[in-house]
Design a binder for this molecule. Structure first.
Ligand code: THU
Length: 128
C-alpha cells in the first residue's frame, strides 16, 4: 500500500472517533511487518484518564492480532497542521517499531511529513 493510501485510511478511521469531551478527533492507520492494515481512532471516557489515543488503539489492535512489528503508521488530527503523536504513544511506538519505521504525520488535506523513530523519541528508554 502506498503512503498516501495509508493516510487516506487514517482520515477515514478518524470518522469513528469517540471524542465528546475534547471534540478533537484523531485517526491512525498502520502497516505491520506482514503488510497487514490496522486502523484506530481516539476513544475518550468520562473518566478522562481512561482515554485511549488513536495511535495506541491501532497498535493494540495490531499486536493483539499477531503483528510483531510496525513498519509505517499514519496519523491525522482535527487540525489543519501536521498531526504529532503524544509522548505516551511515542513510547508505545518505540516498543513495536521496525528498524525502518516511518511515521506519516498527516494533515486533513492528505499532505504529510515523514518522521523516524529517532526523531520522535531520541535517547529512548529500554529495559535491560
Ligand atoms: N489524542 C490522540 O488520539 N493521539 C495523540 O497522539 C494525542 C491526543 C487524542 C486524545 C484525546 O481524545 C484528544 O486527542 C485530545 O487530547
Amino acid at each position: 500500500m502506498q503512503d498516501n493510501e495509508l493516510v487516506k485510511q487514517a482520515i477515514a478511521a478518524r470518522e469513528q472517533a469517540y471524542a465528546p469531551y475534547s471534540r478533537f478527533r484523531v485517526g491512525a492507520a498502520l502497516l505491520d511487518d506482514r503488510n497487514n492494515l490496522f486502523t484506530g481512532c481516539n476513544i475518550e471516557n468520562s473518566s478522562y484518564g481512561a482515554t485511549c489515543c488513536a495511535e495506541r488503539t491501532a497498535i493494540f489492535k495490531a499486536i493483539s492480532e499477531g503483528a510483531k512489528q510496525i513498519k509505517t503508521l499514519a496519523v491525522v488530527c482535527d487540525s489543519d497542521d501536521y498531526c504529532r503523536p503524544c509522548g505516551i504513544c511515542r513510547q508505545v511506538m518505540s516498543e513495536f517499531s521496525a528498524e525502518d519505521f516511518r511515521l506519516l504525520s498527516a494533515r486533513p488535506d492528505g499532505e504529510y511529513e515523514i518522521l523516524t523513530m529517532e526523531q520522535l523519541l531520541p535517547a529512548s528508554f529500554h529495559l535491560e
